[in-house]
Design a protein around this ligand. Sequence first.
Ligand code: MN
Ligand code: ZN
Length: 448
Amino acid sequence: MGLSLAGIPIPDGPGEPVVLAATGVRFDQVTLVAMGSRGDRTAERIRRVGGSIARLIGARRLADAVIDMTDVVDALDDAVFSFCEGLELGSFRFDGYKSQADKIPNTRVVCAFAGGAGNAAKQMRNAHTVAAATNDARTLAHEPANVINPVTLAARARSLAKSAGLKCTVLDERQILKLKMGAMHAVGRASATPPRLIVLEYGARGSAKPVVLIGKAITFDTGGYSLKDKSGIVGMKYDKCGGVAVLGIMKAVAALKPKVPVVGIIASAENMIGGNAYRPNDIITSMSGKTIEIISTDAEGRLVLADALTYAQKRYKPRAMIDIATLTGGVVVALGKVYAGAFCNDDTLRDRLIRSGERTHERLWSLPMHDEFFELIRGDDCDMKNSATREGHASVGAVFLKQFVDPKIPWAHLDIAAVGSIDKPTPYCPKGGTGFGVRLLCDYLTHL
Ligand code: MN
Ligand code: ZN
């Protein structure tokens, strides 16, 4: 308060830029960014400052920028990583559909850090890998459903796998039926673009057990015959956020080369209405053989995930399975945009994920999925129902999935229904798809 520089007041909050007129000839303008007190310089604060600077550069349409961080960030700690991550995340734009005039040009940025150049370069490289993969996931999340559907998403995955050197297998609707994935098939069958199970493999040919990541990619969720209303349906292109996060993670994994094999499975379908759509009260048989009575066709995410979880366990011997999905409105009510809900059957896995969440600020809050919740969806005429009342909604979604998981396999279900997309921008994330999960799970995989 009351601080000023050359007569210009300096704002209190870190990340608030102050513009000074340049006196020399080498710069058009010099901007100071307050970093906050030294004791407060957490990774998240530095990431936010990086994001603010990126947004500032974009807003001013600068062609060149020099960022002097020599007094602030020492390459010997992780701060270079956080700063570069913020800078790249903050530069995200989804302007491909705008006329040329509205597009913001690219900027050449030079950044100076104190400390060892080798270490700084390594951190910059890793930050770029993870942030670029997050931005790719954001782009895919933003793409509307008339562009990204299960078939075009599979094509994107194939080309990504080719350039990253990953193995990619895509199961089409015939193979999905042949494997008796009745749940996945039911959800996708009314769409003009049939469902796809997309599988990406990193290092999975050896004998080591892989970590299997499973993402829900409903490219548009109308709710089916349990139709959403006109306000609830807007934004349902973001029902693919879990799946596109897995795609981003696999791209990053190819460059980060974690020690463990990783398999990414994306269960993609479009939940539509039509003469051949599935209905409430239909009884369907999942790949596991378990039968499900459909109560709500809008509880479709758990259906595609059930078959993807079964496929993962039949095809691989997972050392751990983590699914990530925009699953329930219940988690939005419980945790808002602050945390994603984490449901986990294994203490070690839970602890690791929560720690990764703190490091990346993609935070997780552990929620329960005890067997009592299953009583809410125990079947009358068959094994289970896919939905119940609003009571314990997020936990019911998790306990449903639990029916398809071998309890000996460490498994986590991450419900990102709230954090997968946002309405209010943050310093390093504009509104829309956040790419939540990419940084979190890259951190988890590289700390194994
Ligand atoms: Mn739904
Ligand atoms: Zn959904």
